[in-house]
Design a protein around this ligand. Structure first.
Ligand code: TRP
Length: 337
């Protein structure tokens, strides 16, 4: 008989916060790519509600947003038959491992995290310990599943680096336990900038509501936001330094149409910014339409959504069982069972 040489698929873990509707930036930069990875990797995707409570949340709204985020994740192409798609708080391993790992994480390491500094500046009235240990919980998310790869944007690089360091430190102290995860950076052009200030990342926390497109925005809203996008005083649609607004619009147009930057330059040669902005808005609206339809259908079927969450969370729980027993044994806790 022929010997099997099939390599086991690498494992991917990623998470997204349930804080309202995803932005076009979340979608193009992250969640859309998650769907594409499902064929080649063993994927585990999580709505991170434990992370969400590091900032003030209204409980009823958090619960509703978690359902919406889960439905959006499926609407964006994550297939719960192919991937493990679940809600973080439904697998107790995350919180348990987070505690253990926090005892292998140094105060100084956490104190260097730029996101903690940013967030504590933005939420000066609520600088809680969870905000400080946020990266440890994120490390627990990843390490609990022995994930090989973690798709993340540039803003999460420092957190992943911390997760790697904690894994290495734990392994050195207690013996090989965790896989040391690698970042999986999506292809170029994935980082979308604010339509109102193209030097800043497109973000829900943008003070100017027109800076950020949400994937559930209706067509008129999308067109309006793109028509108002900040550009420059020239009139040429081409990708060049100093043309951050146009560069961003070209990136977005390229991401939703598949056209290259050169093709876009040719397409709009001799046309004004107005035409270009309308074309980008139209293309984005067309691209999001099937996602919006799928989302509406899912939200009408709460029983199905709940069943998917139950199944996914059960799968997630089972995936972490063996490793959690190993961790508890390694640190010296009396055997469970
Ligand atoms: N901190 C991530 C963000 O805000 C979300 C997140 C939580 C995450 N746990 C994770 C991302 C594990 C990747 C892997 O984007």
């Amino acid at each position: 008989m022929e010997e099997k040489t099939i390599q086991p698929k690498k494992r991917i873990f990623s998470g997204i916060q349930p804080t309202g509707v995803f932005t076009l930036g979340n979608y193009i930069g992250a969640v859309r790519n998650w769907g594409k990875l499902q064929e080649d990797y063993e994927c585990i995707y999580c709505i991170v509600d434990l992370h969400a409570i590091t900032v003030m949340q209204d409980p009823a709204i958090l619960r509703a947003n978690t359902m919406r985020a889960y439905a959006l994740m499926l609407a964006c192409g994550i297939d719960p038959q192919k991937s493990v798609a679940f809600v973080q708080s439904r697998n107790p391993a995350h919180a348990e491992l987070s505690w253990v790992l926090s005892c292998s994480t140094m105060f100084g390491e956490l104190n260097r995290m730029t996101q903690f500094k940013d967030k504590s500046a933005r939420h000066a009235d609520n600088i809680n310990a969870g905000l400080f240990t946020y990266p440890v919980l994120m490390a627990a998310d990843i390490l609990a599943y022995n994930a090989d790869l973690v798709p993340i944007g540039a803003d999460q690089k420092q957190h992943l680096e911390l997760a790697r360091n904690v894994a290495i430190r734990f392994n050195q102290r207690f013996g090989e336990t965790f896989v040391v995860p690698e970042p999986y950076m999506p292809e170029t052009g994935a980082r979308l900038m604010s339509l109102q200030d193209p030097t800043k990342k497109m973000s829900k926390s943008d003070e100017n509501a027109n800076g950020c497109v949400y994937i559930l925005d209706d067509k008129d809203t999308i067109l309006r936001k793109f028509r108002r996008a900040v550009t420059d005083s020239e009139s040429e649609v081409c990708y060049r330094e100093g043309k951050e607004g146009i560069n961003n619009l070209m990136t977005i147009y390229s991401c939703v149409t598949g056209k290259t930057l050169d093709e876009i330059t040719t397409e709009f040669a001799g046309k004004g910014y107005g035409d270009f902005k309308t074309a980008v808005g139209e293309a984005v609206a067309d691209h999001l339409e099937p996602v919006q339809t799928a989302y509406a259908r899912l939200m009408e079927d709460k029983a199905y959504l709940n069943a998917c969450i139950d199944t996914g969370s059960e799968q997630a729980f089972r995936l972490t069982g063996k490793l959690m027993s190993k961790v508890y044994r390694r640190v010296g806790f009396i055997d469970r069972k």
